[in-house]
Design a protein around this ligand. Structure first.
Ligand SMILES: Nc1ncnc2c1ncn2[C@@H]1O[C@H](COP(=O)(O)OP(=O)(O)OP(=O)(O)O)[C@@H](O)[C@H]1O
Length: 341
């Protein structure tokens, strides 16, 4: 659906200093999925998403949407292709001096939608975002969540195949964030709209994304299914993002003391194994004591995902058998390195 092929982007500051925001980024967003890009500030996320609809022109590389290369398009073709890609922003980008109705109707008029069709579209999409009673209100009279709903209705009113979301929930409180994410899920499921979103928040990824790419210093350092990435993060930055959901605040000295008496392990549970009492069986089956040090279960889009850090105390032969048993039960077990916890 969307293919980014070796995209690089270099900016030049006023002093003519080079800033390379993207370094050969390649990724593919499949039709109908919600794809998240996560990274810390300055990683290049905004630049990446803006390259998808050529709000930013890549210095090199190509963007292919629905099989058509944006690079080779005439201005006219590009304008048409852009209409197929909606976008929402952290700051909503609404016209302050126009009503909610006008905020949606004016861009429709500019893209040549007939004046007969415009009221039908505005009403339809305001109803979908739950703001059918706000036609004549100005953005200043709306909450942040309502403003984002207007922006979503404006994007949808062009009936795009793809919606790009640039930190759309970053300015919102947690409850409003959840309602906007639920709305994005509904749009994806009911209208089959493919969503590419960027965020610096893991809970956004876990709630609605199917796949995720992690960006750092202008590069995609890791990508894959959300579940795979959460259960086996490879890169340090990815581990940091995942560990932020599972804080382990035990002092290093205590962990070092415990480690002398048996391994400290982190157990990852995915899906049904998240509620299996595998750990409670250990002391019954083997001559070990299992003590939970920290733990949490989070709900991913379709499955629960949990992590427990536990100390397994006992003779090496018994702790080895216990770890083997856990693995056989389908629990992913990793020894905790003290400096990373
Ligand atoms: N128009 C520009 N001119 C010069 N440098 C830019 C421009 N846009 C982005 N950059 C630089 O490119 C790098 C990547 O910026 P970008 O905004 O894409 O990152 P980001 O991951 O979206 O960060 P944030 O979450 O803080 O917006 C940064 O070093 C930024 O300063």
């Amino acid at each position: 659906m969307i293919q980014l092929k070796e995209i690089s982007k270099t900016f030049y500051s006023k002093k003519n200093e080079e800033v390379t925001a993207l370094k050969g980024v390649s990724l593919e967003v499949k039709q109908g999925e919600i794809f998240g890009v996560i990274g810390y500030s300055g990683a290049g996320k905004s630049t990446l998403v803006r390259c998808v609809n050529l709000l930013e022109k890549p210095t090199s590389g190509d963007v292919v949407v629905n099989g058509a290369s944006l690079k080779n398009m005439s201005k006219n073709e590009l304008r048409k292709s852009r209409q197929n890609i909606g976008m929402i922003f952290q700051g909503f980008n609404l016209l302050k001096t126009a009503t909610v109705y006008e905020n949606i109707a004016i861009p429709l008029k500019l893209t040549g939608i007939s004046s007969k069709e415009i009221p039908t579209r505005v009403e339809k999409y305001l109803a979908i975002v739950g703001l059918e009673d706000k036609h004549h209100v100005y953005p200043g009279q709306l909450s942040g969540g309502q403003k984002q709903r207007v922006a979503i209705a404006r994007a949808l009113s062009h009936e795009p195949d793809v919606l790009l979301s640039d930190e759309a929930t970053s300015a919102l409180d947690p409850e409003t964030t959840h309602s906007i994410l639920d709305l994005l899920l509904k749009i994806n499921r009911e209208f089959g709209i493919t969503i590419l979103l960027i965020t610096h928040e893991m809970h956004v990824i876990q709630k609605i994304c199917d796949r995720v790419a992690v960006m750092e210093n202008g590069e995609v350092i890791e990508q894959g299914n959300v579940i795979d990435l959460y259960s086996s993060p490879k890169k340090r930055t990815t581990k940091k993002f995942v560990n932020s959901l599972f804080p382990n605040d035990l002092p290093k000295e205590i962990l070092e003391q415990l480690k002398k008496r048996g391994p400290i392990i982190s157990m990852t549970f995915v899906g049904t194994s998240a509620d299996k009492p595998a750990l409670s069986q250990l002391s019954k089956k083997f001559d070990v004591d299992a003590n939970i040090l920290s733990g949490n279960i989070v709900q991913l889009k379709d499955k629960p995902f949990g992590k427990l850090v536990a100390h397994i105390q006992g003779e090496t032969e018994e702790t080895d058998k216990a770890l083997h048993y856990l693995k056989e039960e389908g629990v992913q077990v990793d020894e905790v390195e003290i400096n990373e916890s």
